[in-house]
Ligand binder design. Structure first.
Ligand code: NI
Length: 172
């Protein structure tokens, strides 16, 4: 798989790093910039539009996103304002083949640090807003399967077991 070209590895469902609460970054260091760069590359190679540090086993509040409008890097992101609501089916690089409809705000204002350790504030709409909210969920150990309703959860149970099994057998 092309994602093996980078030093980091994507963690799949069942990996404990996906369920941790990521730690805030005090100062964005050169090493963090390097990790963020590798995450962006890995996201691109995997055909993803967002990736959070816990998905590569790094317990820090860092994420990258690119919905085709240019790369976005957010460290310690906080939503300061949100509006609108929209439900859409989402996938996740850590849960290949699994899709869950998730209701999220249509527009968000986010304050964060950028890769240069500067305070920034961005306003994101639609898909970018959705991706940022999805990745911010990863920073608190939350996954799309947590949004599934009771019946979906029963259906997903088998798929998730299969995913965990194939992961432990090293098929990914
Ligand atoms: Ni995800």
């Amino acid at each position: 798989m092309s994602i093996l070209q980078t030093k980091l590895k994507i963690r799949f469902f069942g990996d404990a790093s996906l369920r941790r609460r990521a730690k805030a970054v005090e100062t964005v260091t050169e090493r963090d910039r390097q990790v963020l760069g590798e995450m962006a590359e890995m996201m691109r190679l995997s055909g993803g539009i967002g990736l959070a540090a816990p998905q590569v086993g790094i317990n820090k509040q860092m994420l990258v996103a690119d919905v085709g409008q240019g790369p976005v890097v957010l460290v310690n992101p906080r939503i300061t304002k949100k509006s609108g609501m929209h439900a859409l089916e989402e996938g996740c690089l850590s849960l290949p083949g699994i899709f869950v409809k998730v209701k999220r705000a249509k527009k968000v204002m986010v304050s964060a640090l950028n890769e240069q350790n500067e305070k920034i504030s961005i306003c994101a709409y639609d898909l970018l807003a959705r991706v940022i909210q999805h990745e911010m969920d990863h920073l608190r150990g939350k996954l799309i399967v947590d949004y599934a309703n009771f019946f979906q959860k029963i259906k997903l149970k088998k798929e998730l077991k299969e995913l965990q099994r194939s992961q432990s057998e090293g098929l990914y």
